[in-house]
Design a protein around this ligand. Structure first.
Ligand code: CMC
Length: 392
């Protein structure tokens, strides 16, 4: 019989080789194409990071200008796609809408579904990066019963997204530059994270030759789960459930109780067993945004700060190397900006789209690419004969 290595959860198996993102979980290091995430989040901006992830090098100013122009040319979605949105219940989760609408893109953009044509691959990549904020904002607007806001191409990527979410016909929303910067940082810090569950899903789906829109829809579906992208929503809901600083010990005790399934959402990471380098930058951004919006006394933030402190001093968390992750702080920022928790994961999805596409592109362009076909350890019945129904 064949012999297989058994590695549930892929804790020690590399599924591919990749030159995009490097993580050293023990040391808290995250590099994109060799550049540390804190430098990219501090000095660069999201569309430049998109270029870096997609093409491997930082762009010259002419290359960046051309790339940004190409992205803004594709920000609108086909007008008929509005019917997809309106076909959903108003109270549908925006992630459910995004899975559907992004999957439906393969029915609208036939000229960029041939994965063997490099030009079509390029157009599909640009379309996805350009349209994802529009789709996420439309999912939000539909959910709250407001008219869709069309993109504006004279705005930067983050400001355009904020405007599409918060403008109404009666009043144009003009984002404060600090908020646009914080939004851009959230996008940048989520842009890629090597072979996480959703990226591995995109790779596995694409390995069969499926079109890029269908594969990204699969990635969005995977990201939705609370152990992955859904964690930012779950983290904020957890802070709200705790509600006040005096209840923190009770919740820490619940998290430690082996007979209780409760986990402190926003703590722990499969790969970072020291600290999450993205969380450091996100914490700074959270402070900036809260200063600006004058919500220093926000009870949720007070709970977050105290919870962070108590958990970091607790033997249980220290022993298991459970540190606040990026979602712990991003949830606080998004809440302060006025997003409902249901929009947190769609924002993660739009940020991660470039990572999914870069990994997809790398895989398709690799001549040694094979269909992903994991094996299993069979634990079922041994060979037996069929028994007619009347004899059972
Ligand atoms: N609260 C309390 N205990 C925890 C937590 C937590 N958040 N996370 C892990 N533990 C405990 C767990 O019970 C186990 O204890 P024991 O050894 O006594 O059985 C130990 O720590 C190891 O846990 P694990 O589940 O084996 O660790 P993992 O590496 O498989 O899980 C994780 C990583 C992120 C799924 C997990 O830490 C978790 O569920 N965290 C909360 C959800 C969350 O914040 N997820 C966001 C991840 S970052 C975003 C992304 O990259 O997608």
């Amino acid at each position: 019989a064949d012999v297989f290595t058994y590695d549930p959860g892929f804790t020690s198996t590399a599924s591919c080789d990749s030159s995009i993102t490097y993580i050293d979980g023990e040391e808290g290091v995250l590099l994109h194409r060799g550049y540390p995430i804190d430098q990219l989040a501090g000095k660069s901006h999201f569309l430049e990071v998109c270029y870096l992830l997609l093409y491997g090098e930082l762009p010259s100013s002419a290359q960046l200008e051309d790339f940004e122009k190409r992205v803004t040319m594709h920000t609108m979605v086909h007008e008929q796609m509005h019917r997809f949105f309106t076909g959903f219940r108003r109270d549908a989760h925006p992630m459910a809408v995004m899975v559907g609408v992004v999957g439906a893109m393969s029915a609208f953009y036939h000229d960029s579904t041939d994965i063997h044509d490099p030009w079509q691959r390029e157009v599909a990549s640009i379309r996805l990066i350009a349209k994802m904020p529009t789709i996420a904002a439309m999912a939000y607007k539909y959910n709250i019963g407001q008219p869709f806001v069309y993109p504006r191409n004279d705005l930067d990527y983050a400001s355009n997204f904020l405007r599409m979410c918060f403008s109404v016909p009666a009043e144009e929303y003009v984002p404060d530059p600090i908020l646009s910067r914080a939004m851009d940082r959230i996008f940048t810090l989520h842009a890629d994270h090597e072979q996480n569950a959703s990226t591995s899903t995109v790779r596995l789906a694409s390995s069969s030759g499926a079109n890029p829109f269908a594969c990204i829809a699969a990635g969005i579906a995977c990201l939705w789960g609370p152990a992955h992208g859904g964690a930012n929503q779950a983290a904020l809901e957890c802070l709200k459930e705790i509600g006040s600083v005096d209840r923190i010990p009770e919740f820490i005790a619940k998290a430690k109780d082996p007979d209780d399934n409760f986990r402190l959402m926003g703590f722990g990471h499969r790969v970072y067993k020291n600290f999450d380098p993205r969380a450091k930058v996100m914490k700074q951004s959270a402070d900036e945004v809260l200063d600006l919006l004058g919500v220093e006394n926000n009870p949720i933030l007070a709970v977050a700060k105290e919870l962070e402190k108590q958990a970091l001093e607790d033997e249980y968390f220290i022993k298991r190397k459970l540190f606040p992750n990026v979602d712990f702080y991003s949830g606080i920022i998004l809440e302060a900006m006025g997003f409902p928790t249901s929009m947190f994961t769609p924002i993660f999805a739009l940020s991660r789209t470039v990572g999914w596409i870069s990994q997809w592109k790398e895989m398709i362009e690799d001549p040694s690419m094979k269909i992903g076909r994991p094996r299993q350890l069979y634990t079922g019945a041994t060979l037996r004969d069929y028994v007619d129904v009347e004899k059972r």
